[in-house]
Design a binder for this molecule. Structure first.
Ligand code: ATP
Ligand code: MG
Length: 484
């Protein structure tokens, strides 16, 4: 393969020196092995869209594993090749690239499984089995037609027009592998593309088929939607095609406005989507984005109409925090500190806003600083994002007010260093001083001391904390066995 011919045809791809080198090497090896090899799929799409991509797929009419091994032998130092015999694929890691070699194949599906019967196939067979036209482009790496673009289904045109469309009858594409419905919506959200109308109708028609897809795969797509620049695109599409009701009824329940005595509340579904878009402008953190998605999740459960007052959602933050945990379990998301973080954000999401309303005491500030701890910045971002209104002036006004809350919090933190603060009296000390076993009562005394300091009733000194502890314990009839 001559560099000149590749360069000429790769004119639309902006290849780095590394990419150019590795493609030339693959091309040489393919010719040596006398097999046809093609760049395929997402890598070409992302190149054309100028999105950086380190995952490269190479389709080989023949053995992908053989080609990968020969390529690896010619790289110094020789990279490891992971071979997946069952799938007939090989993964070569080189610099920050992950190059997957796979034999071109033909797939046929049965009704109740998303695992197809797989046979060797031609390049055309291989492109036919792909989900969307934009993912079904191939570029030859062989000498004879090096660089030629194979575009059997109008993928180039769809990239230009920003359209997601299936290469074949969408009913077949989606029924074969219903995960593709989620992928369509995820790509629309990630790339800011439209879904072709026939393709979209077919999703609505085949939505129930999502039931054969594992929760993990669905959640992976939800995460990718959440990580896109404007996640509302994806969630709105999920809602409109009816998939949301099946995979995420808790979120769907936020939709709609109820009226009593001519008074309505805001549509919590679209409010939530706005909050998620707002947070996406402020943070790339997946878990903070999950917190935004779930912050009002318990509003339908706590909704009341109070005569003379209007709609209330008392306690939705606490109920919501518990519900967030249930949703994490259902979606098989990590049940570790990430989940705890999300629950904590949901629980605390009203607190900073409440500080902007009244004449706020330092102790209310200290309490929030203590409760939020290291997650204060994240919480403030969530609260700012929660300020939504059709009236832009209102939003600006509230954001300015909120900026004052942020400043005051920083002042109090600067003065009292409360975020990483631990009360001077620990549970262990109380156990020793009163010679009592660990248990609920120890916790009661410990918390009372902490609260008294946060409330400003006593100062943050060992002396005052110790005396306060003695008094509190006395009320329970406890006497110290150790003198100070
Ligand atoms: P991303 O890497 O962002 O998930 P991608 O399009 O590269 O997007 P991969 O899962 O890496 O997706 O798959 C690579 C290619 O394999 C795709 O571009 C597509 O051609 C094909 N493909 C992946 N999953 C499916 C599927 N479920 N049905 C049909 N083709 C698929
Ligand atoms: Mg990929």
């Amino acid at each position: 393969m001559k560099l000149a011919s590749i360069k000429k045809h790769f004119i639309q791809l902006e290849l780095s020196e590394e990419e150019e080198k590795i493609f030339l090497l693959i091309a040489d090896c393919a010719d040596e092995l006398k097999v046809k090899a093609f760049l395929v799929g997402g890598y070409i799409r992302d190149q054309l869209l100028r999105r950086s991509s380190k995952d490269i797929d190479v389709a080989v009419v023949g053995s992908g594993i053989n080609l990968a091994e020969i390529v690896a032998e010619k790289i110094h130092p020789q990279p490891a090749v992971a071979i997946y015999k069952n799938f007939g694929t090989a993964l070569l890691k080189h610099k920050d690239f992950e190059i997957e070699f796979v034999g071109t194949r033909k797939e046929s599906y049965q009704k109740d499984s998303r695992h197809p019967i797989i046979e060797d196939g031609t390049l055309v067979d291989d492109l036919m089995r792909r989900d969307f036209t934009i993912n079904a482009l191939a570029i030859s790496l062989n000498e004879e037609d090096g660089g030629a673009l194979y575009d059997l289904f109008g993928g180039m045109e769809d990239i230009k027009k920003k359209i997601i469309r299936t290469p074949r009858d969408p009913d077949i594409t989606f029924s074969d592998d219903p995960l593709r419905m989620m992928r369509a919506i995820r790509f629309a959200s990630q790339l800011n593309f439209r879904i072709d109308i026939e393709t979209f109708k077919s999703i609505a028609k085949n939505k129930e088929r999502i039931g054969i897809i594992s929760q993990e795969r669905i959640s992976e797509e939800l995460n990718k939607i959440l990580l896109s620049e404007k996640p509302s695109i994806g969630f709105d599409l999920l809602f409109k095609c009816g998939l949301l009701q099946i995979i995420f009824p808790e979120l769907q329940r936020l939709y709609g406005v109820e009226q009593v005595d001519g008074k309505g509340h805001k549509d919590n579904f679209y409010h939530t989507l706005q909050v998620v878009d707002n947070i996406a402008e402020r943070s790339d953190d997946l878990w903070l984005r999950w917190a935004a998605l779930l912050h009002d999740i318990a509003k339908p459960d706590t909704k009341r109409f109070e005569k003379g007052h209007g709609w209330t959602f008392h306690g939705h933050e606490a109920v919501g925090a518990r519900k967030a945990e249930t949703i994490f379990r259902k979606f098989r998301l990590p049940l570790n500190e990430k989940m705890k973080f999300v629950c904590k954000m949901v629980l605390l999401h009203l607190r900073p806003i409440s500080l902007s309303k009244e004449e706020v005491t330092d102790s209310a500030m200290r309490r929030l600083l203590f409760d939020a701890g290291d997650d204060l910045d994240a919480l403030l971002k969530l609260c700012e994002s929660d300020i939504t209104s059709k009236n832009e002036h209102k939003v600006k006004h509230y954001l300015r007010n909120f900026e004052l809350v942020r400043e005051k919090l920083m002042e109090v933190e600067e003065k009292d260093k409360i975020r990483h603060w631990q009360p001077p009296i620990t549970g262990d000390m109380i156990i020793k001083i009163f010679n009592r076993p660990p248990g609920k009562e120890i916790g009661i005394i410990k918390d009372a001391v902490r609260e008294a300091i946060l409330d400003g009733k006593i100062s943050n000194s060992f002396e005052e904390a110790y005396n306060f502890m003695l008094e509190r314990a006395k009320e329970m009839g406890w006497v110290p066995v150790i003198e100070k």
